[in-house]
Design a binder for this molecule. Structure first.
Ligand code: PLP
Length: 392
């Protein structure tokens, strides 16, 4: 009667969303200020000033038909050119507007890119811990997920990648700055990855693509975020403005296929075809234009840095084990109990809402989203301290 797989997906709900809903219900009972909800990666800082300025300017300058009307399926031509020029200038990788496709955020960028690439029996390698929706997107495209574990400090493990990449691999997905670990892959790591992908592509006799999922590119605390496309030719960039511009609800991002990458014109045509078949044409018109005026900008990320420092230092002093995040707004903490799910259930008794790592493809950790008000972290610290004492 209906698609069983879709029914299951809809019923299952993500562990993160489930916790978020629980937090809302709990806030009704005991007051929002008494619930320490670290579940969702919903940006907590205001969008940078350029967003409001540009919205106002567009509202007054553009005729309604242009302002709210359809753009071309791949996006407004000027916007696509601006995105391409920005990427070329920032990365040194030549890019043109004819190879940029505007999307409804990174989720759409990934869904479209995967659909564009995937053929029967293709495998896609993800690095654990990974963003849980990768599995949903890959399987929906008809692909198989292959997992390569990151190393103990959540950096790329070339041995694990070497073992995971086979003749069936169509692409490897990387995400830097990383959700959930906060890792930023450095130049040397990307060079090693490029060498491995070149070797594996030669063995396969066909290009293995690198999908760079980059919604957190601008959110770093000192670390430089190299452009993977500057190191590996066959890179497809999946970007979103959700986190950098605090526009998660506006659903806006892009896919960029470097024109010099393998079969670039065909890959881009397949991106357009996948966008069409999935109904992801003409990303929100107003926000395409707003974002084109705010490329490379972000809100005041000093607030995220303060949150990171406060939380990281306090949790370490209480005895929690974690690696200091270099970017994004998540802290990935070793669960003091062997079973992270049991630990997260216990955390709820202290009104701490933490996400167990199981859905990220590894066991024994919890993710804490620190894109919250500083007061929330300050008020939550006694609860974290009491919680770890119950685990000793
Ligand atoms: N990729 C990663 C690693 C993410 O963390 C997220 C959202 O949290 C997405 C993709 C999806 O981003 P968007 O909200 O722009 O669709």
């Amino acid at each position: 009667m209906i698609n069983e797989k879709m029914r299951q997906l809809g019923r299952e709900r993500s562990a993160i969303r489930e916790l978020f809903e629980y937090g809302n219900a709990r806030a009704q009972e005991i007051g929002r200020e008494n619930v320490f909800d670290f579940s969702l990666g919903n940006p907590s800082i205001p969008a940078p000033a350029c967003v409001e300025q540009e919205i106002k300017r567009l509202l007054s300058d553009l005729p309604p038909k242009v302002l709210h009307g359809y753009t071309s399926a791949a996006g407004d031509a000027q916007v696509r050119d601006s995105v391409a020029n920005y990427i070329s200038d920032a990365s040194g990788v030549p890019m043109d507007g004819d190879h940029v496709y505007m999307t409804c955020g990174a989720a759409a960028s990934l869904t479209i890119a995967l659909k564009a690439l995937c053929e029967k029996d293709d495998e896609f390698v993800v690095i654990a811990p990974y963003f849980p929706e990768y599995r949903v997107f890959i399987e929906n495209a008809g692909g198989m997920v292959r997992v390569a574990r990151a190393d103990g400090r959540f950096r790329l493990d070339m041995g694990a990648l070497d073992r995971a990449i086979t003749e069936k691999t169509k692409a490897v997905i990387i995400n830097s700055p990383n959700n959930p670990a906060g890792t930023v892959y450095g130049e040397n790591e990307l060079k090693e990855l490029a060498a491995l992908l070149n070797k594996k592509s030669a063995q396969k006799g066909a290009p293995i693509f690198l999908i760079a999922d980059e919604p957190y590119r601008e959110l770093t605390y000192g670390a430089k975020v190299p452009y993977p496309a500057a190191y590996y030719r066959d890179t497809i960039v999946c970007y979103s403005f959700s986190k950098s511009l605090s526009l998660a609800g506006e659903r806006i991002g892009y896919i960029a296929v470097p024109p010099q990458s393998a079969h670039a014109d065909d890959v881009f045509a397949a991106v357009c075809g996948a966008g069409r078949s999935l109904g992801y044409v003409c990303a929100p018109a107003l926000f395409q234009r707003v974002c084109a005026a705010c490329l490379g900008k972000s809100g005041d990320i000093a607030q995220y840095r303060e949150n990171r420092d406060l939380l990281y230092n306090a949790l370490r002093s209480f005895g929690y084990e974690c690696v200091e995040p270099e970017g994004a707004f998540y802290l990935f903490v070793k669960s003091p109990l062997p079973d992270a799910k049991v630990f997260c259930e216990r955390a709820k008794k202290f009104e701490l809402l933490l996400v167990p790592s199981d859905s990220f493809g590894v066991e024994g950790y919890v993710r804490i989203s620190y894109c919250v008000k500083r007061e929330t972290i300050e008020r939550s610290l006694p609860a974290f301290e009491k919680l770890i004492r119950t685990c000793r």
